[in-house]
Design a protein around this ligand. Structure first.
Ligand code: ZN
Length: 90
């Protein structure tokens, strides 16, 4: 899956608690933010995995794949993520 085009990305200075990181392909919710995360912050320790989702691990500079459909890539380095509420965010 290609990186989302810039016109599909919403620029936000931070993500609020309650934001759900979700798969752009199948739409499944993956991680719930339990803390505010700023642009230079990390999701590590700030997200709770949804049911049947593995614990979030930082690591790697590769896009992260959805554990359900194994097709959707919901995180592109260095910090573009797909959310349920806002779509693509950077
Ligand atoms: Zn998926």
């Amino acid at each position: 899956m290609p990186h989302p085009s810039p016109d599909r990305i919403t620029l936000l200075p931070f993500l609020s608690p309650g934001t759900i990181l979700s798969c752009p392909d199948c739409g499944m919710g993956l991680y719930l933010l339990v803390k505010k995360v700023t642009r230079d912050g990390t999701f590590e320790g700030a997200v709770k995995p949804m049911v049947d989702v593995p614990e979030y691990t930082r690591g790697g500079s590769l896009p992260k794949k959805c554990p359900f459909c194994k097709v959707g890539e919901w995180w592109y380095p260095p910090g573009t993520v797909h959310t349920l509420q806002y779509g693509w965010v950077a």
